[in-house]
Design a protein around this ligand. Structure first.
Ligand SMILES: NC(=O)c1ccc[n+]([C@@H]2O[C@H](COP(=O)([O-])OP(=O)(O)OC[C@H]3O[C@@H](n4cnc5c(N)ncnc54)[C@H](O)[C@@H]3O)[C@@H](O)[C@H]2O)c1
Length: 451
């Protein structure tokens, strides 16, 4: 069946952030009639120009085309309609400074949907939430309207930077409040992806999303634990990990490095909070978070100690490279950026240092608008620096000629690479030194080496 003839083709997406805008544009391209609702002017202003307020491959193209066609419309409030509609809630679900879920966007938006929906509409919660949020918070608000509705929780599981490609390919988890709602939501997502996975209830679907992100955080934490342990030994974590898994599939560790982004920094806390009052503890999730959060803390102490020991006060200039929260797939998202945490930490510890940053995706003018020091070219930013810190894993940094940079520097220079890209092949001497995360004690080179 063509989407145009599909009975649930009228969709309202509420919250046009990274998730909602991408999903809305994708659905409109498939033939759905999509209306996006967003309260932030910045988001609406960029839509008025036919583009997204963030960078996601091919997204601007879809937005411009579907706004032009009239299949993607938007406003600040939910418009009235006589059509049967599907409301998809994609508002943010951040945590506060005590790591507790902030719920007001979910409650506000549920009240707006309760007011705007008609009898027989479907509501799909897609934001990542603490367990039981759909049933205990969203459902009673919708029920207070006295209207009949179908309710489902269908989590977003795409990767920023690859979202449009993944939306049509990833299995879509569907958990619903009734078998009718489950069939309806499954039918809806079958128009989007060939793989729909129905689960027993809403809570199972909520849990799957939390477990997905907890597992990913734990996966990185194991490697960061290895790096933390190797830092005190003359052993390179990068070699322990790469050599240890050569031809040996039972050990499959990631590269150690900073873990950031808007999801991993919060979702294990949402999982942990979900268990409060139930006697369960998300022990591994919380230990993994602490291990990943320690990466920047431990590295910034090491970096500041090196600078304080080797660089005179007047020459303390640090350049942080790769400010987006990740480099692969590339993004300009600064939420949960390890570089920003690192810059804050270094400026607190060092006090008197000049801290600059540069990113291959985010223009220097944008970084400067946000209050960071930057420059129009990498070589301009690197001028007279005493420390170069490679933070994210953008491939642009694989090819920087660190040897010539260090040769042209006339003072002490620390090159610190969180990803250990040059652990095996960069030998600096004297007051120019190379270190990496997981290699703070300088693993010595013996008979081994690259094969
Ligand atoms: N970013 C990702 O790649 C990703 C991936 C999977 C899941 N998630 C989850 O999806 C959810 C959304 O994430 P995001 O990154 O898109 O967040 P976001 O903060 O970028 O977007 C949320 C948007 O909702 C808007 N909003 C809030 N209240 C509103 C209201 N009452 N009416 C209209 N708009 C309103 C905000 O202004 C904001 O633009 C979160 O729960 C997140 O954990 C995100």
């Amino acid at each position: 069946m063509l989407v145009e003839d599909f009975e649930d083709k009228h969709v309202v997406v509420i919250g046009l952030g990274y998730v909602g805008l991408t999903l809305g544009a994708y659905l409109s391209e498939l033939g759905f009639q999509v209306h996006g609702v967003e309260i932030r002017d910045l988001v609406l202003d960029s839509l008025n120009k036919g583009e997204a307020f963030f960078w996601e491959p091919k997204l601007d193209e879809l937005i411009a085309r579907n706004i032009e066609k009239g299949s993607l419309t938007y406003s600040k409030e939910i418009p009235e309609s006589n059509h049967k509609r599907v409301f998809i809630i994609t508002v943010g679900t951040p945590i506060d400074k005590d790591k507790n879920a902030i719920l007001h966007s979910i409650t506000n938006v549920s009240a707006q949907v309760a007011e705007a929906m008609n009898d027989g509409d479907m509501v799909i919660l897609r934001s990542t939430v603490k367990l039981n949020t759909t049933t205990n918070i969203v459902k009673p608000i919708l029920e207070s309207s006295g209207k009949n509705f179908d309710l489902a929780f269908c989590p977003e599981r795409t990767l920023e930077g690859a979202a449009l490609m993944e939306l049509g390919a990833l299995p879509q988890i569907v958990g619903a409040a009734s078998s009718r709602a489950r069939d309806r939501a499954a039918n809806f997502f079958q128009q989007v992806t060939p793989n729909v996975v129905n689960v027993s209830n809403i809570e199972t679907a909520e849990m799957i999303k939390l477990v997905d992100n907890m597992q990913r955080d734990v996966y990185f934490a194991v490697s960061n634990e290895v790096a933390h342990l190797c830092n005190s030994q003359p052993i390179r974590a990068s070699e322990v990990i790469s050599a240890g898994k050569l031809g040996y599939k039972r050990t499959n560790l990631a590269s150690p490095g900073p873990v950031g982004g808007p999801c991993l920094e919060k979702d294990s806390y949402l999982l942990s909070e979900s268990m409060e009052g139930f006697g369960g503890l998300a022990r591994i999730a919380i230990a993994a978070r602490a291990t990943n959060e320690n990466v920047i803390t431990e590295a910034s102490e090491f970096i500041s100690n090196w600078i304080n020991k080797n660089v005179v006060k007047s020459r303390k200039k640090v350049v942080v490279l790769g400010v987006a929260f990740k480099g692969v797939p590339e993004t300009n998202d600064l939420r949960g950026s390890p570089s920003i945490t690192l810059m804050d930490s270094l400026s607190k510890i060092l006090g008197d240092a000049d801290i600059y940053c540069w990113d291959p995706v985010i223009p220097h003018s944008e970084l400067e608008l946000l209050g960071f020091r930057s420059g129009s070219t990498l070589s301009q930013v690197l001028l007279d620096t005493s420390a170069i810190i490679l933070v994210n894993n953008h491939p642009y940094f694989d090819n920087i000629d660190l040897v010539s940079i260090s040769e042209s520097s006339d003072g002490p220079l620390l090159i610190y690479d969180f990803w250990g890209r040059n652990d095996q092949n960069l030998f600096l001497a004297g007051n120019k030194q190379y270190y990496s995360w997981g290699n703070h004690s300088k693993g010595s080179f013996g008979v081994g080496g690259k094969n």
